[in-house]
Design a protein around this ligand. Structure first.
Ligand code: PRT
Ligand code: ZN
Length: 301
């Protein structure tokens, strides 16, 4: 058969649910980009197809992602742990958390007006708490055996005490600026959250599992590269051991002779942790010179 007329096999692809627009969208898109997955993001479109990786993107509200993944509408999703816990109450075994992603970090915290007599968690007993996270907040107080009444709001939770509809709130906090703008005082964190890559627990084909694994490996490579630096320097031959101890987690360095300088070597290595100025100063004191610290784009091992 002429190769031109041969029917093309439909290769396996996997669908990933992403937040359409919000705090996780840009980070999620950046992550895919750095993992070498190029997508076209056209405004108004609710889907996108990666050009060089078997991944289709579905752009939705973050609250819908856990359910879509649990039900297999999407094989994978990127969502905050807070949303996962709130939307999949009692159904968490329908998904697997594949990887923490290190962005979208925040905490679900209890807060009260500055003037409130509330000082500790137990002081909330019999009070009204406004929240968009009634499930998580409810479980928290139930576990402690404290009775509270929850006022569920879709947003602008921080204005509830001033409106007289609650004595306290339970809301997401990242910098704490919103709380202080509204003269609210944080009492306790009930849950720490970050964005995670989740996968459906439904059975998948080998091809689908392979794609998921490949994506996970690429993301791990991006995360390791983001944390690591490549460090190069010239140093006295006898200082090599001292230098290795100065750089935490340094892998076996490459040592090369220097032209016309018997006593010194060039040392190159991947440092898996950030290199601080104090370390550079210690390296200089150990005799290192021409120190270069450069970012790494990818680490594949
Ligand atoms: O439209 P859609 O439903 O998709 O989005 P959304 O409005 O529900 O969510 P969005 O985009 O606001 O947040 C998406 C996810 O980002 C959340 O589910 C969290 O996992 C994560 N995240 C991280 C945050 C924050 N930080 C955060 N600070 N989500 C919300 N906030 C809000 C918080 O509710 C409060 O109003 O920011 C305010 C507090 O911020 P600070 O910095 O003043 O403390
Ligand atoms: Zn939402």
């Amino acid at each position: 058969m002429n190769p031109e007329t041969r029917p093309r096999k439909n290769p396996t692809r996997v669908r990933l649910g992403l937040q359409k627009s919000g705090r996780l969208s840009e980070h999620s898109r950046n992550l895919l980009d750095r993992a070498g997955i190029q997508c076209e993001w056209r405004s108004g479109r609710l889907d996108s197809r990666a050009q060089d990786f078997p991944l289709d993107l579905m752009l939705v509200r973050d609250d819908d992602i856990p359910r879509y993944v649990a039900e297999g509408v999407c094989t994978l999703g990127i969502v905050g742990e807070n949303t996962l816990l709130e939307s999949l109450d009692g159904r968490l075994d329908e998904i697997q958390v594949v990887q923490k992603l290190g962005f979208g970090t925040c905490r679900l915290a209890l807060a009260v007006p500055d003037s409130s007599p509330v000082r500790t968690i137990s002081d909330f007993e019999n009070l009204r708490i406004a929240t968009s996270y009634p499930v998580t907040t409810g479980h928290f107080f139930k576990k402690l055996g404290l009775s509270v009444s929850l006022v569920t709001l879709g947003g602008s939770v921080e204005i509830a005490p001033a409106m007289g509809i609650a004595e306290g709130i339970c809301d997401l906090v990242s910098t704490g600026a919103t709380l202080s703008t509204h003269r609210l005082r944080e009492i306790a964190t009930i849950f720490e959250s970050e964005a995670v890559l989740i996968k459906t627990a439904r059975p998948l084909s080998d091809g689908e599992n392979q794609i998921c694994d490949q994506l996970r490996q690429r993301i791990t490579g991006v995360q390791r590269a983001a944390k690591s630096k490549y460090i190069m320097m010239n140093a006295p031959r006898e200082a090599i051991d001292q230098i290795r101890k100065l750089i935490p987690g340094l892998e076996e360095p490459t040592i090369m002779p220097l032209y016309r300088d018997e006593g010194r070597v060039a040392l190159h290595a991947v440092a898996p942790e950030p290199i601080f100025w104090e370390t550079i100063e210690q390296l200089k004191r150990a005799g290192a010179s021409s120190i270069l610290v450069v970012p790494i784009e990818k680490i594949i091992s």
